[in-house]
Write a protein that binds this ligand. Structure first.
Ligand SMILES: Nc1nc2c(ncn2[C@@H]2O[C@H](COP(=O)(O)OP(=O)(O)OP(=O)(O)O)[C@@H](O)[C@H]2O)c(=O)[nH]1
Ligand SMILES: [Mg+2]
Ligand SMILES: [Zn+2]
Length: 229
């Protein structure tokens, strides 16, 4: 294929995805559901974070989870063990979730009436940045084991995210992790990105994460009331 043809095919794929993402977003709005798209490199701790968060939030909100991985249903099983509904999507050769996969998975979840939907994307710091799923925002999970320079090496993901959760903060002392430098690099590519430090292992920082979620949720409910007049 010529490079012009390749660019055209990419545009067609992203254009179709954007239309389906708009359909998803309209459905989420109609159901009053707040949707987060969690992205990270493999193993940063997305599922560990979600297992803790959904267990601790499930009495406050209806919650559903969509789990994206190339293979296995391990992550959906880890979520279901908390009593929260989870749908596993296997992308096979694919390296990201797209809006069509999320729309189909959403059909299979119970009605989340006014609740929360967490989408765990395939572990990959590159192309999930380009695929809108209809979410309210992306949350990038970055762990202390990855090296402070990742926001500069993979800027698209950090530019596309509203919140950076710096996970595995319990390991920071043994790794000589430089928190200030990481935040500085992330803000160089996205000056508005919010940052919280957490440990899915110890639970440190989770109350601030829940406060952040509740603030977004209150904003959504306020917008719904304004739209109703
Ligand atoms: N020390 C420590 N280990 C953690 C923490 N969070 C996750 N882990 C460990 O990191 C490894 C990967 O965690 P997962 O939750 O499976 O990561 P993930 O991002 O869901 O991985 P993929 O779905 O494969 O991309 C596991 O061994 C976890 O126990 C943390 O806060 N501290
Ligand atoms: Mg996972
Ligand atoms: Zn991909």
């Amino acid at each position: 294929m010529s490079s012009e043809r390749i660019i055209q095919v990419e545009r067609d794929i992203l254009g179709k995805n954007d239309r389906l993402a708009a359909d998803n977003r309209a459905r989420f709005r109609a159901d009053g559901v707040l949707v987060f798209n969690l992205v990270s490199s493999p193993g940063a701790g997305k599922t560990s974070l979600l297992v803790r968060a959904v267990a601790e939030l499930k009495d406050s909100f209806p919650i559903g989870v969509i789990e994206g991985d190339q293979q296995t249903s391990n992550d959906a099983e880890r979520i279901r063990a908390t009593g929260v509904a989870a749908i596993q999507v296997n992308t096979g050769k694919g390296c990201h979730l797209d809006a069509a996969m999320v729309g189909e998975a959403y059909d299979r979840l119970p009605w989340l009436n006014g609740g929360l939907l967490f989408i765990e994307n395939v572990g990959n710091l590159v192309c999930p940045a380009a695929f809108d799923l209809g979410e309210a925002c992306k949350i990038v999970v970055f762990s202390t084991t990855e090296g402070e320079d990742k926001p500069l090496k993979y800027p698209d993901m950090f530019a596309a995210s509203s919140l950076m959760l710096i996970n595995k903060i319990d390991l920071a002392p043994v790794l000589d992790f430089d928190l200030d430098r990481t935040i500085e690099y992330a803000r160089r590519v996205n000056p508005g990105i919010e940052v919280l430090t957490v440990s899915a292992r110890t639970g440190e920082g989770f109350s601030a994460f829940y406060a952040w979620i509740r603030k977004r949720w209150a904003k959504l409910k306020q917008a719904e009331r304004t739209a109703q007049g």
